[in-house]
Design a protein around this ligand. Structure first.
Ligand code: APR
Length: 245
């Protein structure tokens, strides 16, 4: 039985399906990942290659130099604005249309799942297109690929931050609760394009497994959860996910 046949068989009999995606599903849309060799792509300015996300995506880094952190996000926003959802994103949107009780949980902040047509995306790490005021917490959606001034300013005069979850910050509680519920209820749990290094998101894989789900990993490389999943499909998301339909 091929990988695709096995995964399709499990999906066809699953009462509910949950999917956790990471940066790897957007790699084929030209968006560098964070920490694997794909992340060291030549189109990533050397400036960012010398920094780890743990150095930039933190409240401390932002407090120290909001303009510098914003320059990284502004570069990512401009890159994402030029990117298109790929066959992996589109396949998950189609799977949602075909399957009731389908929940998509993403660590990605790029918004490509929404642009691919997924309708109920649990963004556990926030959204790069949302800006939140550091003083009055007012949130707004700003789709402009490069902002006129960095850091951007709220109408109240204070600076705004990216509406994303930084290291050391809590995930949005209501979204996280829905993600946990989906992982617990899943008959099949797909974990796609994540290094499974960052918690609590990576913990959803363990939760799904402990709750009796069949867990399928889609990743060209081995990860810390590869040993515990029911099947580790060594393939790119854009190649594997369309075969699930
Ligand atoms: N298809 C599927 N997986 C891929 C592909 C691809 N085409 N290309 C790369 N990958 C895999 C890599 O093998 C790696 O395991 O995607 C994973 C990317 O890992 P990371 O760069 O660590 O991204 P992610 O797991 O999403 O990071 C988690 O860390 O920086 C924080 O908040 C940020 O949400 C992010 C979190």
């Amino acid at each position: 039985m091929t990988a695709a046949e096995r995964a399709r068989e499990w999906l066809s009999s699953a009462k509910s399906i949950a999917v956790l995606t990471g940066a790897g599903i957007s790699a084929e849309s030209g968006i560098p990942t964070f920490r694997d060799q794909w992340g060291r792509s030549p189109d990533r300015p050397p400036l960012w290659n010398q920094f780890r996300p743990e150095d930039l995506a933190t409240p401390q880094a932002f407090a120290r130099d909001p303009k510098f952190v914003w320059e990284w996000y502004d570069w990512r926003r401009s890159l994402i604005a030029k990117a298109e959802p790929n066959a992996g994103h589109l396949a998950l949107a189609e799977l949602e249309r075909r399957k009731p009780n389908f929940t998509l949980i993403t660590q990605n902040v790029d918004g490509l799942h929404d642009r691919a047509g997924s309708t109920h995306v649990l963004k556990v790490h926030g959204d790069i297109w949302t800006l939140r005021c550091t003083l009055c917490s007012h949130e707004r959606h700003d789709p402009r690929p490069s902002l006129p001034e960095l850091p951007p300013k709220c109408n109240c005069g204070a600076i705004e931050r990216p509406g994303v979850v930084w290291f050391g910050e809590n995930l949005p509680p209501e979204i996280w609760a829905q993600a946990e519920q989906a992982a617990e209820a899943a008959g099949v749990f797909l974990v796609v394009g994540t290094s499974a290094l960052v918690y609590p998101a990576a913990g959803l894989v363990h939760l799904a497994k402990a709750s009796g789900a069949k867990v399928v990993e889609v990743n060209p490389a081995e990860t810390p959860v590869s040993g515990m999943v029911d099947f580790s499909w060594r393939a790119a998301a854009a190649e594997a996910l369309p075969q699930l339909l």
